[in-house]
Ligand binder design. Structure first.
Ligand code: PLP
Length: 502
């Protein structure tokens, strides 16, 4: 028995007891007992159901890949007998008309304080299109069931919907296989999962974990916890005054002690697009594993994890027009299979006895318990919706919007833009002389304009610029130049109030 096998957990026999010294009945005898009881129940008239209800005559049979393909084995659900959904490749430019996309988001017709809602808080969360809202409703009306374990129709519908969502994610981020896609609650849970499963094997005292100054707290705190537990060191790659990583400094920090590099692809506080491909190449030269935090990139640009060649990629559904509570960890299959699980429970096991347990392969090994089935299906629907436009088209549209916003903001007296890197996406962070950021946020809210004012869960990078908070309008492809004009109008009024001393 290989005790290093991450698929296997064996306990010391002395550590297992039932407290009274009795033998546990083995599972087969329990099954036999259940069958006998079922037989007794049937003999008490279990077949009183009218035969016409059971008849399948004139009823069209649904095509359900789960039921068709699944040979229910003792080990439960496995991809070796379920290969029904082809990868949906990302259309770079699906013909959808972006300018009319706004109509697909019913909440954008809300009024706030009597004014039309202007949603510029997309880095915090995005709004949901009708197709996602209706998909969730359809799931609960027609498909709701637990997945993977039952042989009835609703289990097949929900398993098919859930696994289709996984293959849509695979296509969307260019992963090599569905087995590389693990569903989690979001980016934060994804990074915590990785920091937990990697720390045991990958990190020893004196090792180094390298992040950047741009990271969200979700990509700082879990690594601080690993360092504290394992006696490892946290290293931070600095940025220049524009908010871009200083690559020469990053390279200087890489060495044979660097075991994990965990970097954001787009900064949520400044909007900097980080050269993750180049940084991954350098990290691999010293043998480090690379995690990319894609929370702020997936909604703004095409992402291909195989081109980046990162070992792991993490994102949240709610920032991608999908529901909250669902997210993704991509991991290279061979690496995932070499790692132990984080949480234990149902769904992630092949076989459980009191003295030993064997785990499923990836991705199920990392999906203990009942996951967020409906919202995973919602994430699939969001991706199908985005595929109508193609991320290349979305990225080009947003690039123009960001340029327009930058040009207009810089006309506002006393405004200082924080984050001026050449390559930016989605975010326009700023402060205005003489005004507190909350004050600006409140004033904008009075006019129905939603922006974030605060530290954006990225205190270290704001402090790098001598600040505790900024105002952060953030864009999505349903925003327009009119949204930016509405923002600028209020900022100009703010300036004139200041000048006359109100
Ligand atoms: N990483 C980045 C770059 C983020 O912007 C965020 C959220 O704003 C997170 C991680 C955490 O995401 P979540 O709260 O969805 O887990």
């Amino acid at each position: 028995m290989n005790t290093n096998d991450p698929s296997f957990l064996k306990l010391n026999p002395d550590s297992i007891t039932d407290g009274i010294g009795a033998n546990f009945p083995d599972e087969r005898s329990l099954e036999k007992l259940a069958r006998e009881m079922f037989g007794v129940l049937q003999s008490f008239g279990g077949s009183n159901i009218p035969t016409n209800v059971l008849s399948s005559q004139n009823v069209q049979k649904e095509t359900l890949p789960y039921l068709e393909d699944l040979k229910l084995t003792e080990t439960g659900f496995s991809y070796s007998n379920f290969q029904s959904f082809p990868i949906t490749n990302i259309p770079q430019s699906g013909g959808g008309n972006i300018v009319s996309a706004r109509r697909d988001f019913p909440i954008l017709t809300e009024t706030v304080n009597g004014k039309p809602l202007v949603w510029l808080d997309n880095a915090a969360t995005t709004q949901k299109p009708t197709s996602v809202i209706e998909r969730l409703s359809h799931f609960y009306l027609h498909e709701n069931s637990n997945i993977h374990r039952a042989a009835h129709t609703l289990a097949a519908r929900s398993t098919d919907a859930y696994e289709k969502a996984r293959s849509l994610v695979q296509g969307f981020i260019g992963a090599g296989s569905v087995e590389e896609i693990v569903f989690v609650r979001g980016t934060t849970e994804g990074i915590n999962l990785l920091s937990n499963i990697l720390s045991d094997k990958q990190i020893q005292a004196g090792d180094e974990i390298l992040i950047t100054h741009l990271e969200h707290h979700a990509n700082i705190v879990p690594w601080q916890m690993v360092c504290a537990k394992k006696g490892a060191k946290l290293k931070v790659a600095p940025v220049d005054d524009s908010g871009q990583i200083i690559l020469s400094e990053y390279e200087r920090l890489l060495n044979s002690k660097t075991k994990i590099v965990s970097i954001t692809q787009v900064s949520n506080a400044l909007g900097t697009v980080v050269p993750v491909e180049e940084m991954t190449r350098s990290a691999h030269k010293v043998g480090a594993l690379v995690i990319v935090d894609g929370a702020q990139s997936v909604s703004h640009m095409p992402v291909n994890v195989q081109e980046i060649d990162c070992d792991f990629f993490v994102f949240s559904g709610h920032k991608l027009f999908a529901p909250t509570g669902i997210g993704v960890v991509y991991g290279k299959k061979a690496i995932l299979d070499s790692l132990p699980p984080w949480q234990g429970g149902g769904n992630m096991i092949k076989d459980v006895n009191f003295d030993h347990t064997t785990f499923q392969e990836a991705p199920f090994r990392f999906e203990a318990g009942t996951g967020n089935i409906a919202d995973a299906v919602g994430l699939g629907a969001a991706i199908e919706y985005l595929n109508k436009f193609g991320m290349k088209q979305i990225s080009a549209f947003e690039h123009d919007l960001l340029e327009y916003g930058t040009k207009e903001l810089l006309k506002v007296p006393g405004l200082r833009l924080i984050g001026t890197a050449k390559d930016k996406a989605g975010v326009l962070s700023f402060v205005v002389n003489g005004f507190k950021t909350e004050e600006i946020g409140k004033r904008l809210a009075e006019e129905g304009i939603a922006v974030r004012a605060g530290h954006h869960c990225a205190q270290p990078i704001l402090r790098r610029f001598g600040l505790e908070s900024t105002v952060r309008p953030s864009l999505a492809f349903y925003n327009s130049c009119e949204d930016i004009d509405a923002l600028i109008r209020v900022l100009f009024q703010l300036g004139s109030r200041n000048r006359i001393g109100i």
